[in-house]
Design a protein around this ligand. Structure first.
Ligand SMILES: [Zn+2]
Length: 277
Protein backbone atom coordinates (compact mmCIF):
# COMPACT_ATOMS: atom_id res chain seq x y z
CA UNK A 1 0.00 0.00 0.00
CA UNK A 2 1.46 3.41 -0.95
CA UNK A 3 1.63 6.34 1.45
CA UNK A 4 -1.07 8.07 -0.59
CA UNK A 5 -3.64 5.27 -0.29
CA UNK A 6 -2.91 4.87 3.42
CA UNK A 7 -3.73 8.51 3.91
CA UNK A 8 -6.90 8.26 1.86
CA UNK A 9 -8.04 5.26 3.92
CA UNK A 10 -7.48 7.23 7.10
CA UNK A 11 -9.60 10.16 5.84
CA UNK A 12 -12.42 7.86 4.70
CA UNK A 13 -12.70 6.25 8.11
CA UNK A 14 -12.91 9.61 9.81
CA UNK A 15 -15.49 11.11 7.49
CA UNK A 16 -18.10 8.61 6.64
CA UNK A 17 -21.49 9.33 5.12
CA UNK A 18 -24.30 7.06 3.95
CA UNK A 19 -28.05 6.82 3.56
CA UNK A 20 -29.65 5.81 6.83
CA UNK A 21 -33.04 5.23 8.40
CA UNK A 22 -33.12 6.02 12.13
CA UNK A 23 -34.63 3.14 14.13
CA UNK A 24 -34.30 3.87 17.84
CA UNK A 25 -33.01 6.63 20.09
CA UNK A 26 -31.94 5.82 23.66
CA UNK A 27 -30.53 8.08 26.39
CA UNK A 28 -26.83 7.56 27.04
CA UNK A 29 -25.26 9.33 30.00
CA UNK A 30 -26.52 12.76 30.99
CA UNK A 31 -27.28 14.41 27.70
CA UNK A 32 -26.11 12.05 24.97
CA UNK A 33 -28.02 9.50 22.97
CA UNK A 34 -27.30 6.11 21.48
CA UNK A 35 -28.77 5.93 17.98
CA UNK A 36 -29.58 2.68 16.20
CA UNK A 37 -30.07 2.98 12.45
CA UNK A 38 -30.04 0.85 9.31
CA UNK A 39 -28.00 1.32 6.15
CA UNK A 40 -28.03 -0.64 2.93
CA UNK A 41 -24.31 -1.45 3.17
CA UNK A 42 -23.88 -2.35 6.84
CA UNK A 43 -27.34 -3.27 8.14
CA UNK A 44 -27.99 -2.33 11.77
CA UNK A 45 -25.48 0.17 13.19
CA UNK A 46 -25.15 2.24 16.34
CA UNK A 47 -23.50 5.63 16.85
CA UNK A 48 -23.49 8.25 19.57
CA UNK A 49 -25.18 11.61 19.31
CA UNK A 50 -23.82 14.33 21.56
CA UNK A 51 -25.72 17.43 22.59
CA UNK A 52 -28.35 18.78 24.93
CA UNK A 53 -32.13 18.97 24.41
CA UNK A 54 -31.90 22.21 22.42
CA UNK A 55 -29.53 20.78 19.82
CA UNK A 56 -30.99 21.01 16.31
CA UNK A 57 -29.26 17.81 15.26
CA UNK A 58 -30.95 15.98 18.12
CA UNK A 59 -34.41 16.90 16.80
CA UNK A 60 -33.45 15.69 13.32
CA UNK A 61 -32.15 12.32 14.48
CA UNK A 62 -35.57 10.87 15.37
CA UNK A 63 -37.10 7.45 14.70
CA UNK A 64 -38.03 6.76 11.06
CA UNK A 65 -36.41 9.89 9.69
CA UNK A 66 -34.49 8.93 6.57
CA UNK A 67 -31.56 10.74 5.02
CA UNK A 68 -27.82 11.16 4.67
CA UNK A 69 -25.99 10.48 7.92
CA UNK A 70 -22.52 11.94 8.53
CA UNK A 71 -20.25 10.12 10.94
CA UNK A 72 -16.94 10.56 12.68
CA UNK A 73 -15.55 7.10 13.23
CA UNK A 74 -12.50 6.65 15.42
CA UNK A 75 -11.23 3.12 15.02
CA UNK A 76 -8.57 3.46 17.73
CA UNK A 77 -11.25 4.27 20.31
CA UNK A 78 -13.80 2.00 18.64
CA UNK A 79 -16.30 4.87 18.64
CA UNK A 80 -18.71 6.32 16.12
CA UNK A 81 -20.25 9.74 16.45
CA UNK A 82 -22.99 11.38 14.37
CA UNK A 83 -21.82 14.79 13.15
CA UNK A 84 -24.74 15.69 10.88
CA UNK A 85 -27.96 14.32 9.44
CA UNK A 86 -29.53 15.62 6.27
CA UNK A 87 -33.18 14.45 6.49
CA UNK A 88 -34.88 13.55 3.21
CA UNK A 89 -38.04 11.89 4.55
CA UNK A 90 -39.89 12.53 7.83
CA UNK A 91 -42.99 10.26 7.68
CA UNK A 92 -45.07 13.01 9.35
CA UNK A 93 -48.36 11.05 9.63
CA UNK A 94 -46.80 8.65 12.19
CA UNK A 95 -46.86 11.34 14.89
CA UNK A 96 -50.63 11.79 14.58
CA UNK A 97 -51.62 8.16 14.31
CA UNK A 98 -51.10 5.62 17.10
CA UNK A 99 -51.74 2.65 14.79
CA UNK A 100 -49.00 3.75 12.38
CA UNK A 101 -46.53 4.37 15.21
CA UNK A 102 -47.17 0.90 16.60
CA UNK A 103 -46.95 -0.78 13.21
CA UNK A 104 -43.63 0.99 12.58
CA UNK A 105 -42.46 -0.16 16.05
CA UNK A 106 -43.29 -3.78 15.23
CA UNK A 107 -41.40 -3.66 11.93
CA UNK A 108 -38.43 -1.97 13.62
CA UNK A 109 -38.26 -4.49 16.46
CA UNK A 110 -38.37 -7.43 14.06
CA UNK A 111 -35.64 -5.97 11.87
CA UNK A 112 -33.36 -5.32 14.88
CA UNK A 113 -34.07 -8.68 16.55
CA UNK A 114 -33.37 -10.66 13.39
CA UNK A 115 -30.37 -8.48 12.39
CA UNK A 116 -31.95 -7.72 9.00
CA UNK A 117 -32.72 -11.41 8.42
CA UNK A 118 -29.18 -11.84 7.08
CA UNK A 119 -29.64 -9.51 4.12
CA UNK A 120 -28.98 -5.82 4.80
CA UNK A 121 -29.80 -4.64 1.31
CA UNK A 122 -33.11 -6.48 0.94
CA UNK A 123 -34.14 -5.59 4.48
CA UNK A 124 -33.28 -1.91 3.94
CA UNK A 125 -35.45 -1.80 0.81
CA UNK A 126 -38.31 -3.73 2.43
CA UNK A 127 -38.42 -1.62 5.60
CA UNK A 128 -38.13 1.71 3.80
CA UNK A 129 -40.82 0.66 1.31
CA UNK A 130 -43.13 -0.32 4.16
CA UNK A 131 -42.64 2.92 6.11
CA UNK A 132 -43.00 5.14 3.02
CA UNK A 133 -46.22 3.34 2.10
CA UNK A 134 -47.51 3.48 5.68
CA UNK A 135 -47.06 7.24 5.70
CA UNK A 136 -49.32 7.61 2.65
CA UNK A 137 -52.01 5.06 3.52
CA UNK A 138 -55.20 5.48 5.55
CA UNK A 139 -55.31 3.56 8.82
CA UNK A 140 -57.60 0.96 7.27
CA UNK A 141 -55.17 0.30 4.42
CA UNK A 142 -52.23 0.40 6.83
CA UNK A 143 -53.52 -2.82 8.38
CA UNK A 144 -53.14 -4.77 5.16
CA UNK A 145 -49.81 -2.96 4.61
CA UNK A 146 -48.48 -4.44 7.86
CA UNK A 147 -49.71 -7.91 6.85
CA UNK A 148 -47.87 -7.62 3.52
CA UNK A 149 -44.67 -6.39 5.17
CA UNK A 150 -44.67 -9.25 7.70
CA UNK A 151 -45.38 -11.81 5.01
CA UNK A 152 -42.52 -10.54 2.84
CA UNK A 153 -40.28 -10.50 5.90
CA UNK A 154 -41.09 -14.18 6.50
CA UNK A 155 -39.84 -14.65 2.94
CA UNK A 156 -36.63 -12.77 3.73
CA UNK A 157 -36.12 -15.01 6.78
CA UNK A 158 -36.64 -18.07 4.58
CA UNK A 159 -39.59 -19.33 6.63
CA UNK A 160 -42.47 -18.37 4.35
CA UNK A 161 -44.29 -21.43 2.92
CA UNK A 162 -42.70 -22.43 -0.39
CA UNK A 163 -45.93 -23.44 -2.09
CA UNK A 164 -49.34 -21.88 -2.36
CA UNK A 165 -51.06 -24.99 -3.66
CA UNK A 166 -52.41 -27.85 -1.52
CA UNK A 167 -49.58 -29.81 0.14
CA UNK A 168 -51.34 -33.11 -0.48
CA UNK A 169 -53.00 -32.87 -3.92
CA UNK A 170 -51.19 -29.81 -5.37
CA UNK A 171 -54.45 -28.13 -6.42
CA UNK A 172 -54.51 -24.33 -6.45
CA UNK A 173 -56.79 -22.35 -4.14
CA UNK A 174 -58.12 -20.34 -7.06
CA UNK A 175 -58.84 -20.62 -10.75
CA UNK A 176 -58.53 -17.81 -13.28
CA UNK A 177 -56.00 -15.03 -13.76
CA UNK A 178 -54.55 -13.46 -10.65
CA UNK A 179 -52.95 -10.42 -12.30
CA UNK A 180 -56.25 -9.47 -13.93
CA UNK A 181 -58.16 -9.97 -10.69
CA UNK A 182 -60.66 -12.23 -12.48
CA UNK A 183 -60.62 -15.30 -10.28
CA UNK A 184 -62.74 -17.80 -8.45
CA UNK A 185 -61.63 -19.09 -5.08
CA UNK A 186 -61.66 -22.77 -4.13
CA UNK A 187 -64.53 -23.54 -1.76
CA UNK A 188 -63.86 -24.90 1.72
CA UNK A 189 -60.88 -22.72 2.59
CA UNK A 190 -57.32 -23.67 3.43
CA UNK A 191 -55.83 -25.40 6.44
CA UNK A 192 -52.34 -24.29 7.38
CA UNK A 193 -50.12 -27.07 8.69
CA UNK A 194 -47.42 -25.81 11.02
CA UNK A 195 -45.46 -29.05 10.91
CA UNK A 196 -45.27 -28.99 7.11
CA UNK A 197 -45.32 -25.18 6.72
CA UNK A 198 -47.92 -25.22 3.96
CA UNK A 199 -51.61 -25.27 3.12
CA UNK A 200 -54.02 -28.18 2.76
CA UNK A 201 -57.34 -28.01 0.90
CA UNK A 202 -60.60 -29.05 2.56
CA UNK A 203 -60.92 -32.27 0.55
CA UNK A 204 -57.51 -33.50 1.70
CA UNK A 205 -58.05 -32.20 5.22
CA UNK A 206 -61.16 -34.37 5.56
CA UNK A 207 -59.01 -37.41 4.75
CA UNK A 208 -56.57 -36.68 7.60
CA UNK A 209 -57.21 -38.67 10.74
CA UNK A 210 -54.01 -38.06 12.63
CA UNK A 211 -55.15 -35.88 15.51
CA UNK A 212 -51.61 -34.95 16.60
CA UNK A 213 -51.04 -33.35 13.21
CA UNK A 214 -54.40 -31.60 13.31
CA UNK A 215 -53.44 -29.84 16.56
CA UNK A 216 -51.07 -27.56 14.68
CA UNK A 217 -53.50 -26.49 12.03
CA UNK A 218 -55.24 -23.15 11.62
CA UNK A 219 -57.90 -22.40 9.05
CA UNK A 220 -57.90 -19.42 6.69
CA UNK A 221 -59.90 -18.70 3.54
CA UNK A 222 -58.78 -19.62 0.03
CA UNK A 223 -58.77 -15.91 -0.75
CA UNK A 224 -56.32 -15.32 2.10
CA UNK A 225 -53.92 -17.88 0.61
CA UNK A 226 -54.21 -16.20 -2.78
CA UNK A 227 -53.59 -12.80 -1.19
CA UNK A 228 -50.42 -14.11 0.48
CA UNK A 229 -49.33 -15.73 -2.77
CA UNK A 230 -49.78 -12.46 -4.67
CA UNK A 231 -47.89 -10.60 -1.91
CA UNK A 232 -45.00 -13.04 -2.10
CA UNK A 233 -44.71 -13.55 -5.84
CA UNK A 234 -46.32 -10.75 -7.85
CA UNK A 235 -45.78 -7.02 -8.22
CA UNK A 236 -46.80 -5.06 -5.09
CA UNK A 237 -49.74 -3.46 -6.91
CA UNK A 238 -51.54 -6.81 -7.39
CA UNK A 239 -52.06 -7.60 -3.69
CA UNK A 240 -52.44 -3.90 -2.84
CA UNK A 241 -55.40 -3.73 -5.22
CA UNK A 242 -57.11 -6.85 -3.89
CA UNK A 243 -59.98 -5.75 -1.66
CA UNK A 244 -60.26 -7.48 1.71
CA UNK A 245 -63.17 -7.17 4.13
CA UNK A 246 -62.56 -6.22 7.77
CA UNK A 247 -63.10 -9.86 8.77
CA UNK A 248 -60.65 -11.09 6.16
CA UNK A 249 -58.04 -8.59 7.36
CA UNK A 250 -58.55 -9.64 11.00
CA UNK A 251 -58.21 -13.33 10.15
CA UNK A 252 -55.10 -12.80 8.00
CA UNK A 253 -53.61 -10.58 10.67
CA UNK A 254 -53.99 -13.25 13.38
CA UNK A 255 -52.47 -15.82 11.04
CA UNK A 256 -49.47 -13.73 9.98
CA UNK A 257 -48.86 -12.46 13.55
CA UNK A 258 -48.73 -16.03 14.82
CA UNK A 259 -46.33 -17.10 12.05
CA UNK A 260 -43.94 -14.19 12.59
CA UNK A 261 -43.98 -14.85 16.36
CA UNK A 262 -43.19 -18.53 15.73
CA UNK A 263 -40.31 -17.51 13.46
CA UNK A 264 -38.81 -14.61 15.41
CA UNK A 265 -39.83 -15.31 19.02
CA UNK A 266 -41.60 -12.95 21.37
CA UNK A 267 -42.16 -9.51 19.82
CA UNK A 268 -42.69 -7.00 22.65
CA UNK A 269 -44.20 -4.23 20.52
CA UNK A 270 -46.66 -6.68 18.99
CA UNK A 271 -47.84 -7.82 22.42
CA UNK A 272 -48.13 -4.30 23.85
CA UNK A 273 -50.01 -3.07 20.78
CA UNK A 274 -52.33 -6.02 20.41
CA UNK A 275 -55.54 -4.04 21.11
CA UNK A 276 -54.65 -1.47 18.46
CA UNK A 277 -52.79 -3.44 15.83
ZN1 LIG B 1 -55.71 -31.08 -1.49
Amino acid sequence: MSIFSKKKYYIDMRNNQKEALILTVKPQGESNRLITYITKEDGICTSLLYGGPKSKLRSLVSPWNFGQIYLYNDESKNSSKITDFDVKKYHPSFRENLYKTMAANVATEIVITTKCGGSSQECFTLLNGFLDGLDLLSEEHSKSGLIRFLWRYLGLLGIQPQNFTCLKCDKAFFSGNLSQNAIEYKSGGAFYSQSENGFICEDCFKLMYDSSEKQFISKITSKAVVYLEATALLEPSVSRNMTLTINEIEQLKDFVFSLITLGVGKIKSLQSGIGIL
